[in-house]
Design a protein around this ligand. Structure first.
Ligand code: NIG
Length: 392
């Protein structure tokens, strides 16, 4: 079954060769993009949709979410808005509620969150464990996550549960818990921060998870300066996320990690993932996205949807904030939230033969993940902040 989408006002492909096209058309065959070109030359297809001059972008690739949780942390948010600062302690509130929820409840709530994200243009999504924090509940979170998300990350190293020795818990994360989640996950993450996991503990987690064959990511430099970013680069992690408090040396390390990349399948560096909604919701300084890009670092923008620091899955809101508050152009922000997210997940390339089609950009052979705006250009995402611009 083929579908022609014609009369597209602005087709922002995020493909290096195609760029942004005007008056374009796209043909989809099943789940694959089959043709792209001028609307006047479009081939016939089984069905046709007239975009009526609307803009079409790649669907958002949300590379950082925490959707497997139960419970409510409104009171913590209210206290923060009244002047308290964010501490990771609230993770325990979500842990208790998550452990108490049934499989059915957890799955239903996670699916609801995925559906909210999809209704705002997200077409590919990562999510993490991290509110189970014992063997049984981390494995359950991983299993449920694998039924609702495209990519699943193991975050047993989110917080040391109260009453547990940090060393003993880290051993559990690196041993029995890792074995229990392994069938469901392809990534591992560690919250390397004062009050969460020390650099030594983080190193142990990253080492064990790498040996288990998982790709690596790091929550780093969210609450203060520290070793998270340097560790991420040292371990060749696919991304370091948050990056609010970076030292000059962290910029250098991240930039150097990309210096040998030829843009293809060769050795890649560590993507810096900024989380603008989280920065606003925790009243932290905004991550230095402009400086990272200027330094030559590959950037992703993600929602970080979670109950503590960022209870939104609106990538459009994050893109708007990146333009209005972080100094990015519309094109740079959209790129970071589509192609950049895919790069952070190792999904920016890929073919039918690989078994996984590329996401995050619009090109022939890529997954047919298109996001049509109710606007003639992507500029409207920043020009009309907060408006419901996802048409389809
Ligand atoms: O990415 N920083 C650690 N994890 C989450 C927040 C977790 C929570 O407070 O529930 C984040 O911001």
């Amino acid at each position: 079954m083929s579908e022609l989408i014609t009369n597209i006002g602005e087709l922002m492909t995020q493909d290096g060769e195609l760029g942004t096209l005007r008056n374009a058309a796209v043909v989809l065959e099943g789940e694959r993009i089959a043709w792209i070109g001028d609307a006047g030359n479009a081939p016939a297809a089984d069905t046709a949709t007239d975009a009526q001059g609307r803009a079409v972008l790649p669907g958002w690739v949300d590379s950082h979410t925490h959707l497997i949780f139960a419970g409510d942390r409104t009171a913590e948010f209210e206290a923060r808005m009244a002047g308290e600062s964010y501490s990771a302690g609230g993770i325990a509130v979500s842990m208790n509620a998550t452990r108490a929820a049934s499989d059915y409840e957890l799955t239903r709530m996670a699916l609801g969150r995925v559906s909210e994200a999809a209704s705002q243009g997200t077409t590919y999504l990562e999510t993490k464990t991290g509110y189970g924090l014992d063997v049984e509940h981390e494995a359950r979170s991983a299993r449920i996550a694998s039924t609702v998300a495209d990519e699943v990350t193991y975050l047993g190293a989110h917080l040391v549960p109260a009453g547990m020795d940090a060393g003993a818990y880290t051993e559990l994360v690196c041993g029995e818990m890792l074995g229990a989640v392994r069938p469901y996950v392809s990534w591992a993450d560690v919250f390397c921060e004062t009050g969460a996991f020390t650099p030594e503990q983080s190193r142990a987690v990253l080492t064990a998870c790498r040996e288990a064959g998982l790709g690596l990511r790091v929550h780093g430099n969210q609450l203060g300066p520290g070793a998270g970013t340097a560790l991420a680069v040292e371990f060749g992690a696919a991304s370091v996320d948050h990056v609010n408090f970076l030292a000059d040396s962290d910029f250098d390390l991240l930039a150097q990690s990309w210096s040998g990349w030829d843009g293809g399948a060769g050795e890649r560096g560590t993507v810096a993932t900024v989380l603008p909604a989280c920065d606003l919701s925790t009243r932290q300084p905004l991550a230095p996205a402009r400086r990272l890009l200027d330094a030559g670092v590959q950037l992703a923008i993600a929602s970080n949807c979670n109950p503590g620091t960022s209870y939104t899955s609106s990538v459009a809101f994050c893109v708007t904030t990146a333009v209005l508050q972080m100094g990015l152009s519309v094109h740079e922000a959209v790129r970071a939230a589509t192609w950049g997210g895919a790069l952070a997940l190792g999904r920016e390339t890929g073919t039918d033969e690989d078994g996984k089609r590329a996401v995050g950009s619009i090109a022939v052979g890529h997954r047919a993940d298109l996001h049509m705006l109710n606007a003639p250009s992507a500029t409207h995402l920043a020009y009309r902040p907060g408006m419901p611009l996802t048409h389809q």
